[in-house]
Design a protein around this ligand. Sequence first.
Ligand code: GDP
Length: 444
Amino acid sequence: MFDTLSDRLGSVFDRLRGRGALNEADVRAAMREVRVALLEADVALPVARDFVDQVTEKAVGAEVLRSVTPGQMVVKYVHDALVETLGAETAELNLGVTPPAVIMMVGLQGSGKTTTTAKLAKRLTEKDRKKVLMASLDVARPAAQEQLAVLGRQANVDTLPIVPGQQPVDIARRAIQSARLQAYDVVMLDTAGRLHVDDQLMAEMKAVAETSTPAETLLVVDALTGQDAVNVAKGFAGQVDLTGVVLTRLDGDARGGAALSMRAVTGKPIKFAGVGEGIDALEAFHPQRVAGRILGMGDVVSLVERAAETIKVEEAEALAAKMAKGKFDLDDLRAQLQQMQRMGGLGALANMMPGLKGMKGAMDKAADSKALVHMEAMLSSMTAKERAKPEVINAKRKIRIAKGSGTTVQEINKLLKMHMEMANAMKRLKKMGGLGKLAAMFNK
Ligand code: GDP
């Protein structure tokens, strides 16, 4: 996600930053390139235009051009405009005052609506300690209700028992009634999807909304569909009172246009992002951090937070402390490998870390399970000293480790290279002022 946009913006900025003085023509030329980069990333035209106008207006000011670091200032304005476009503040879920709060999930078929319903229900249960009941109102697609029930069991969240033949509005009513009787805090209604926005679907949603008065109506859209996602969002926003958007498949190679256009087009904030197929792969959407990620500064805050959720807190703190010192030895790599499955793979991790983006491909390859077993074997065949000080691993030691782990010296070299690249990224991170400074930069 955002890779191409990041690269394009990165090269524009490198040129700007490389120069001592800028004049208005330089800034305007750079902004033209930014505009092209945005359009190529599938950002809706009016959004790209506003964006560039906004930055240009600030950046051609005499104050900027005369400042010591005009290039840096322009980058800052672009960062600010990205944050603004993405929605400025992290939008919290509103659960009203009197439980049960109803969260209605809407979206097209295949957008990830049912999966997202279960992900969010799990998050509310585990993170916010809410008692959640899910109900599928999808009577059009065979097995849709069963799908939610399966996900519910997986997520450890209750689903409303299925009554064959019951219609959406009646199911919604029954769900809310059950929730009242059994003291649930939240009722999640997974409405039916369709292939296109059509009148029948809209009528059904309106009827459900009328009987259930949802505290939140979240539109689920697939980021991979780019401009289409924007059109779908427009269609829904014109018909139902949305309160927010969930963008799915942000783990894929979407060009980012949907994320950047969504707020401007619907007037509603992106509240969550789906980042994988797993039931835990849902994150709160933080505009500040995403803007940082687009500008290639990585997303260390999300990374550490995600680590804290899946790893034990002490481990996450130790990792953060090490990262802050720019240290990362083979024991850390080993710990990372062991956490990999739960953290959504090293590829996902690499994407969030400054300077690691280029390695994503290599790390995704490493993430296949056979490679993992090999890496684990190699690391186990090393002595504690070798893991703590990888530089002592000479040719002779490599042969020993290869023998001990049933691998080859080539594989060991590959592992060491991967580790070195990660360790270097940590050092770069330290140079940038460590975690604290980075976080402060984005949380201003
Ligand atoms: P629905 O028809 O809108 O209810 O879509 P589903 O919830 O059945 O999801 C369709 C497919 O998309 C499933 O295979 C999901 O696992 C997958 N999916 C949903 N969200 C994400 C996401 O954020 N990332 C990825 N990679 N896959 C997702």
